[in-house]
Ligand binder design. Structure first.
Ligand SMILES: NC(=O)c1ccc[n+]([C@@H]2O[C@H](COP(=O)([O-])OP(=O)(O)OC[C@H]3O[C@@H](n4cnc5c(N)ncnc54)[C@H](O)[C@@H]3O)[C@@H](O)[C@H]2O)c1
Length: 437
């Protein structure tokens, strides 16, 4: 079923549909690898901004690669999908596949993009699903294209927001799957110079790999959060427990840190979509259901800790929050645990003031009762408790004596175990992290 692919690759004409986290990263990286890339994006304002060399998302290393691609003439942005595919040999679909109301993945935007490009594809073009798509989507897109000469290949993306460029330049593996193996091998060839292990397989297997990978990561995170809770019950210290686990190379340190729950644009929707697919196929997947429920409980346990440490009902509490993005290094707040916790605090009647270094403009996703402040100190003015919800490095460098002076009482809940508890306590705070006696 699998081939190892190595060696050099030839420059190709490539279209990328969608200039979001995945599409924009794919476009700049493929141009960097020497391919001729035209990226078609439906949002004309994004197209204009990108053609001026200004990134539309917050990702380290993106700006120089964007500049390099534009300067070399190997990268350009156009409005709409059809305009991008005119002479492309490979067409990467990188459009959203959000959660549908029944938990399944909503493939309507993917279908719309396929229908739009179908009449404009050159003979023998290869369409590549890079979006995370339910098993069977390669076949679905083939049907929608109605082009017998155009094979569809699944090439799931594994980048992490915050390190998207780095992850695309140095992937742990490349997965390509199609019932047309020759087409799959050609797509693999585009990435050959990255030197990553490459799995060439059938479409359903490639599509399953992506969901299984995200479900495994969610499982690891829920497990760690459950171990942290267990430590609180047993009087053990989660930090040392996780050191003892992480040094075991079968377990490893990645994704081995307790937090307020996993979130972001992928894990929540992809675990739900996999559960939906599993159930439809006749397998209940109770383990995955429990992983999702453990995550729900984790969010609520952070809210409960904030109430406990504030020492008063949330309806009477002033809460300062540090961090809104779903993790440090990105401005993405889609399904961010921090946002969900803020929503629960507001729903309980708390006064909430927030600072996040990535928020520079209006934030329509944040309840209007919440005050967004321009720095971490201002957010703490008059607060009964400060909650650390995102692990931005800047939070470890704040003057805690100054924070303490601004608050009505010096209390902190660190839902990321991000600050040094000894330093926080030495500054006069009541400090509660996760997983400690
Ligand atoms: N964000 C991640 O970390 C990540 C990682 C791996 C996989 N994925 C998957 O990749 C896919 C895309 O995710 P994303 O985070 O990049 O989404 P995104 O919302 O950041 O970007 C999608 C872009 O596609 C554009 N678009 C939508 N329809 C279009 C059309 N018909 N023609 C042209 N442009 C169109 C949108 O305007 C938007 O700019 C999803 O399936 C997601 O699950 C995301």
């Amino acid at each position: 079923m699998t081939d190892a692919v190595t060696g050099g690759s030839e420059a190709a004409k490539v279209a990328v549909i969608g200039a979001g986290y995945v599409g924009l990263t794919t476009a700049v990286v493929l141009a960097h690898l020497g391919h001729d890339v035209c990226c078609g994006e439906i949002d004309a304002a994004k197209v204009e901004q990108l053609n001026r060399g200004r990134p539309t998302i917050f990702e380290g290393g993106l700006e120089p690669l964007l500049a390099e691609g534009l300067a070399s003439g190997r990268l350009r942005f156009v409005t709409g999908a059809a305009a991008a595919v005119a002479d492309a040999r490979f067409v990467f679909l990188c459009v959203p596949t959000p959660q549908y109301h029944d938990g399944s993945a909503d493939v309507r935007e993917l279908g719309a993009a396929a229908r739009e490009i179908a009449p404009h594809l050159v003979n023998g073009a290869i369409v590549v699903n890079k979006s995370t798509v339910p098993v069977g989507s390669a076949t679905l897109i083939e049907r929608l294209l109605r082009r017998r000469d155009v094979p569809v290949v699944s090439n799931p993306e594994f980048l992490r927001e915050g390190t998207a460029i780095e992850d695309c330049l140095h992937p742990d593996r490349v997965v390509v799957g199609s019932d047309d193996r020759e087409a799959a091998a050609q797509v693999a060839g585009l990435f050959r110079n990255l030197g990553a292990p490459t799995i060439v397989t059938d479409a359903a297997t490639a599509e399953t790999i992506k969901y299984a990978a995200n479900a495994f990561l969610a499982t690891k995170l829920s497990f760690v959060n459950a171990v942290a809770t267990l430590c609180e019950h047993l009087g053990a210290s989660v930090g040392d427990v996780l050191l003892g686990l992480g040094y075991d190379h079968r377990i490893g340190f990645e994704y081995l840190k307790p937090g307020p729950g996993w979130g972001g644009s992928c894990l929540p929707k992809d675990t739900r979509a996999l559960l939906y697919m599993a159930e439809r196929s006749g397998y209940e997947f109770p383990l995955l259901r429990e992983v999702i429920e453990t995550n729900e409980a984790q969010l609520q346990s952070v809210v409960d800790k904030i109430r406990l440490v504030a020492g008063r009902p949330l309806a009477d509490a002033n809460v300062a929050v540090w961090g809104l993005s779903f993790k440090a290094g990105t401005d993405d707040r889609r399904r961010s645990p921090a946002v969900e916790i803020v929503q629960r605090l507001v729903a309980s009647g708390a006064q909430v003031r927030v600072y996040d270094p990535s928020v520079t403009g209006p934030a329509p996703d944040i309840p209007e009762e919440v005050e967004l402040l321009g720095d971490a100190y201002l957010a703490c003015k008059g607060a009964d408790v400060v909650a650390v919800l995102t692990d931005w490095e800047v939070f470890t460098r704040l003057d805690l004596a100054r924070v303490r002076q601004l608050m009505t009482s010096a209390r902190m809940v660190d839902a990321r175990n991000h600050l040094d508890p000894a330093a926080v306590r030495a500054a006069g705070f009541d400090y509660l992290g996760l997983g400690n006696p």
